[in-house]
Design a protein around this ligand. Sequence first.
Ligand SMILES: C[S@@+](CC[C@H](N)C(=O)[O-])C[C@H]1O[C@@H](n2cnc3c(N)ncnc32)[C@H](O)[C@@H]1O
Length: 217
Amino acid sequence: VIRRLVGDAPRQNLLEIGCGTGIHLLALAGEFEQAVGTDLSPEMVRVASERLVHSPWPNKVSVRVDPADELATVADRSVDVVLCIGALEHMLERAAVVRQVRRVLRPGGVFVCLTPNGGYWWYRFLAPLVRRDTRHLSTDRFLTLGDVRGFVEDAGLTVETVEHWTFVPRGDLPTGVGPLLGAADKIGERLGIGWLRGGIAVAALRPADAADVGVSR
Ligand SMILES: C[S@@+](CC[C@H](N)C(=O)[O-])C[C@H]1O[C@@H](n2cnc3c(N)ncnc32)[C@H](O)[C@@H]1O
């Protein structure tokens, strides 16, 4: 899904915000000239640093602590592709995060965001019915496609693609619910029913000719 949404964007600089242990960063780094991962958590960055040393790309990947709503270590218009994978729902200052994404993207650069679907029937109906708290942190907030689209458009990016993808949070589910949600996902995919699908994905471009909008928080 990520590769498809990155599409034919230039492949000089990749940035993953909320990179965690670098799973996606390291998987995609080979396709870019330089790749940077940033995260709020020093411990995540420490683990990612260890992994990248043993990766095929120790010289072209770097990771560092930098909150995504600040991105103080990333220059304006310096990045071709920004990824945010399974992280926006954990970030408190989401609007500020996406404004920073716009600031660091080069004109024509692309923002790819994958996050759980806040409109998913598990989160919205089934989990409350069986009284299951689906958040890992009390601050987690699952976003709808409309929420993500709103943050992206308010930041001055142009939405290119919105879609659902297969995400079944099996580790969080009571016994027996996983196969049900898996089957529902397949039906949702075939019939185009978004609320049966656990993941949402948005790809957005920084317009090539737009004047900069403010990046104040
Ligand atoms: C579920 S992990 C996803 C990690 C990685 N993107 C992946 O797909 O494996 C979410 C990450 O977001 C990070 N995070 C949460 N809030 C953040 C913020 N404000 N700025 C940067 N990173 C943040 C967390 O520390 C954590 O590493």
